[in-house]
Design a protein around this ligand. Structure first.
Ligand SMILES: [Zn+2]
Length: 591
């Protein structure tokens, strides 16, 4: 019989897990002491961190999120955050939003009511939640007066009642909830203008809140979020350990299960994206436990183990990062726009990719539901925002394509954005990588590409970062006519290429056959555009430094609605970076 040996390897002591310690590791099992037969990832935790002397520091998952311990832990997190330099100052008092819920006014026997603040200062919490269907008890022109007197507690949905409970238990007086603090009867002209005014200041509402209560696990407003979490049915094994003579402790180990925050109902919704990004601090009522997140730390109630999910929604970058090139570098109209610093641009592209996977109940909300983030970025990028794309470093942002090879994006039935904007479509998009290696860009914008003029028409004049009615992009660039045929292995054949069956072409860049190399790979944005047709290819970037040279850009077709103008129908790339050499430049308008 061979001996079974077990070794602990790759203890996860990375700086962004919490708490720090030997709380997650990979165990290799081998039967002969050398080769690895199989391995398992396990989580380790202890009941008493004093006994384990700081080796294993994680504690069991805490299911009781509505407990004295949970509220006292939250107050501790708030206190700690005051000392976090990258979290910014936590003012004890700030400008209140124009309306708030006063959770326990002294003069009304503890019944919460709506207050009009008129410049009043104070400290408040905000709520981020899923509506999940129609809601009948909301602020309207009609019930304005009665809500001032006091809210009808019986009519309040569970999620709002729970948020009021949390606000009171933490000792705060004011809570902001969109359903009760913004007029919701949008058919009334006064209410619509109220909503537009509030939307224009939305970035301040979440930024100025002391923290945002995130009802992450509640699929709808009637579900609430304060009930005990279900106990884990996962089996755990106890391992006695010795840390010195006569000093023992017990470590529990169980199979690793990553908490995936992107599976929470709230992270499928469009509007909640900016609410969480803008908030300096989040108190997250997750499906497994209560979680704190600020710009410095993320941790769970009771010190249970947390490892960040790499595909989680990004946080808004710190002010230092956003301002790394200084707002004074804003260019004037007509001058060449300086490039956005690489890390800041990458952050914006990550925001768009993450946001594009979410759904809004109203398709027309796509740009509006991210407008508060755009307003924050405008302080650095300048005001020139073209329906989801900043005029600065526009090439990198125009290089989007659908993220999945198999799943097409969908075009909403009503016009929403110009075809060159990711906001025109529903579906996850990603961007060509303009990585930097040793301060040199691997992908570089094509030097011939130039934006001559652009223009977007906002739906509402005081919401320039919101919904648009139209958008034109006039560019000067190198273009070539080609045929797109999705049934072929090389979907694009540029005019002039030898007319052979491209299924037989083995290698795209054979110098012996210059006619054959004039092909590329294109991806149409939507299923409706995925058929064989004539197209025009516009170059946006080229990449000759990496091992696989490549160039790429947009696939354009004539716009049926406006003769002579073009619209985007997809993106392409080609391994032959010389296809456009010597090509005459053309000025075209893309809508
Ligand atoms: Zn903090």
């Amino acid at each position: 019989m061979t001996a079974l040996s077990v070794s602990l390897e790759k203890a996860y002591l990375t700086s962004n897990t919490s708490p720090q310690g030997l709380n997650h590791c990979q165990i290799d099992f081998s039967s002969d002491g050398s080769s690895r037969d199989w391995h398992a990832e396990v989580d380790l935790f202890v009941d008493d961190t004093d006994e384990s002397a700081g080796i294993v520091t994680a504690q069991p998952l805490q299911p009781k999120v509505n407990s004295a311990q949970a509220f006292s832990q939250t107050r501790e997190w708030l206190d700690q955050c005051k000392n976090h330099t990258s979290c910014g100052r936590m003012p004890s008092c700030t400008n209140l939003p124009s309306r708030v819920i006063e959770v326990a006014p002294a003069d009304s026997l503890g019944v919460p009511c709506i207050r009009s603040t008129k410049g009043l200062k104070g400290a408040y919490l905000a709520l981020s939640y899923c509506w999940g269907g129609n809601q009948s008890y909301v602020l309207t022109m009609k019930n304005l007066g009665s809500l001032w007197q006091g809210l009808e507690m019986k009519r309040l949905p569970r999620t709002i009642l729970d948020a009021i409970e949390v606000t009171k238990s933490l000792g705060f007086k004011y809570l902001w909830v969109d359903a009760l603090c913004i007029m919701q009867d949008s058919v009334e002209a006064d209410a619509q203008s109220d909503m537009n005014e509030e939307l224009a200041t939305m970035n301040q509402v979440y930024k100025n809140a002391i923290m945002t209560i995130v009802a992450a696990c509640a699929p709808s407003i009637v579900d609430g979020f304060l009930r005990d979490r279900p106990c884990s049915e996962q089996e755990s094994f106890n391992i006695p350990c010795r840390r010195g003579p006569e000093q023992f402790f017990v470590v529990h180990i169980q199979e690793h299960r990553m908490y995936d925050d992107m599976r929470e109902p709230i992270n499928a919704r469009a509007w909640t994206f900016q609410e969480q990004l803008l908030s300096p601090r989040l108190l997250i009522y997750a499906s497994h436990t209560l979680q704190w997140q600020c710009r410095t730390i993320t941790c769970n109630l009771g010190g249970s183990y947390h490892a960040p999910n790499p595909s989680a929604a990004p946080r808004l970058p710190s002010a230092q990062m956003l301002l790394s090139d200084g707002p004074e570098q804003h260019h004037k109209h007509g001058s060449i726009a300086p490039e956005i610093p690489h890390p800041v641009l990458q952050h914006w592209l990550r925001i768009v990719t993450s946001y594009s996977s979410r759904k809004a109940s109203l398709p027309s909300d796509k740009l509006t539901a991210i407008s508060a983030i755009a307003i924050s970025y405008a302080a650095v990028f300048g005001p020139e925002y073209m329906a989801g794309i900043w005029a600065r470093s526009a090439v990198q942002q125009l290089c989007w394509s659908r993220a999945s090879d198999r799943i097409f994006c969908r075009r909403p039935t009503q016009y929403r954005a110009p075809s060159w904007s990711w906001a025109a479509l529903d579906g996850t998009v990603f961007f060509a990588s303009f990585l930097q290696v040793n301060d040199t860009s691997v992908c570089v914008p094509d030097h011939r590409f130039e934006i001559v003029k652009w223009q977007t028409r906002p739906e509402v004049a005081n919401l320039p970062y919101g919904q648009v009615k139209a958008g034109d992009l006039i560019v000067k660039a190198a273009l070539r006519d080609a045929t797109f045929d999705p049934s072929r292995s090389r979907t694009i054949r540029f005019d002039g290429a030898a007319d052979v069956d491209m299924h037989d072409v083995k290698e795209d860049s054979s110098p012996a056959n210059p006619g054959l190399i004039q092909t590329g790979q294109g991806k149409s944005d939507t299923a409706e555009d995925n058929y064989a047709r004539r197209i025009r290819c516009l170059v946006l970037y080229r990449n000759k430094l990496s091992q696989r040279p490549e160039m790429g850009g947009l696939m354009l077709v004539e716009a049926p609605e406006r003769k002579g103008l073009l619209r985007r129908m997809g993106a392409y790339h080609s391994a032959n970076i010389s296809i456009f050499e010597g090509c005459l430049l053309d000025t075209v308008c893309i809508i």
